[in-house]
Design a protein around this ligand. Structure first.
Ligand code: SAM
Length: 339
């Protein structure tokens, strides 16, 4: 039976949405939207300014025009409102959607093949595409930085309390370091150390800390969470979207969390919240989570239920409590090392 008109229309809209995001990805990763923000240009002018190929640029400009990302007069192209929305450094930028669309396509392709053997190659798949890797940190920062400011800080007053007292904050699996940069910018007495397994993330984190004038009390290094050896007891340890990467060895990780903290110190874990009920995956905000869980499977991980994280804290002798932000699909679990 042929698909109904309703289904056909819905799939056409999805196909066009996916094409628009693919074009936006090309624009973001080659600085094309940023260059066009400075004024209209031809393909040849952009090619000279950005050291890119004019043939590819001509086709991209035409395609981005077709999808309304750009406007045009003759062979001159300028940024349209829809293209401006992807400028990476603007507040509430839509850049993450373009990056996620391409990362999702890459990992779906891997899943399509690996499903035949069950192989799960691990974290290395993230680094397989050289255009995607440098955007991984900025994508996470632009998506979750606003939730941190608007929801997390008001909901976890403990973060500002610790910040005001000062001491050391440790971020395990820090990505591009956005969390500690934001926390330390609010609290001059706080010092920070972040570690991550991906060199590009640590390079960006270090550069951004310097840019923000925080380099004297915030440093980052390449390292393995499992091998972390504390040099000084921390007032705060945070892990954002990193725990599910090391969940297989959770006993070791939670012991390490407890040992890294000073008595009375807090561990604040932020994880996507896998729902208890399958039916909740139909909610628009949860659909991305379901796709992420497939991508995580390729990387050897799976998403967690908040209750599992609380139980792991309890097993390590740390009382914990959890709550949800981000429309109910982002879990914050706070555990304390007893005084
Ligand atoms: C989803 S990212 C989150 C990054 C960052 N916390 C944020 O919120 O933007 C997970 C991070 O954990 C890091 N990671 C995973 N396993 C790790 C390990 N064993 N040692 C160090 N870093 C690890 C990855 O390199 C990645 O940057």
């Amino acid at each position: 039976m042929a698909p109904s008109e309703e289904i056909r229309k819905a799939v056409l809209a999805q196909a066009q949405g996916s094409m628009a995001l693919q074009l936006a990805f090309i624009g973001v990763t080659n600085g094309l939207f940023a260059a066009l923000e400075k004024g209209d240009a031809t393909a040849a002018e952009l090619a000279a300014r950005l050291q890119l190929d004019a043939g590819y640029l001509t086709r991209w400009l035409q395609a981005a025009y077709a999808f309304g990302l750009l406007d045009a007069s003759g062979d001159r192209f300028r940024l349209a409102e829809a293209g401006r929305a992807f400028l990476p450094n603007e507040p509430d930028t839509l850049m993450p959607m373009a990056v996620q669309a391409m990362l999702g396509a890459h990992l779906s392709e891997r899943a399509a093949l690996l499903m035949r053997t069950g192989e799960r190659p691990g974290e290395s798949v993230l680094a397989e595409r050289e255009t995607i890797l440098p955007w991984f940190g900025p994508m996470l920062e632009a998506t979750f930085g606003p939730i941190f400011e608007r929801e997390l800080l008001p909901a976890v007053p403990l973060l500002d309390e610790i910040g005001r007292r000062g001491g050391l904050a440790l971020d395990l699996g820090c990505g591009n370091g956005w969390y500690l940069r934001r926390l330390l910018a609010r609290h001059p007495k706080l010092r920070g150390v972040g570690l991550d397994g991906i060199e590009e993330n640590v390079r960006q984190a270090t550069e951004r800390a310097r840019r923000d004038g925080l380099a004297d009390r915030l440093s980052f290094f390449v390292g393995d969470i499992y091998a972390h050896a504390p040099v000084e007891p921390a007032a705060l340890v945070v892990m954002n979207r990193a725990l599910h990467h090391v969940w297989d060895r959770r006993e070791q990780v939670f012991r390490l969390l407890r040992d890294a903290l000073q008595p009375g110190g807090a561990a604040v874990i932020w994880e996507p919240a896998w729902p208890d009920e399958l039916s909740r995956l139909r909610e628009p905000r949860a659909r991305g989570l379901a796709v992420q869980n497939l991508s995580e499977h390729v990387q050897g991980n799976h998403l967690l239920r908040p209750a599992e994280i609380e139980a792991a804290f309890a097993e390590a002798g740390m009382p914990a409590s959890s709550f949800l932000v981000g429309g109910g699909f982002e879990a914050i679990v706070v555990g304390r090392r007893p005084s």
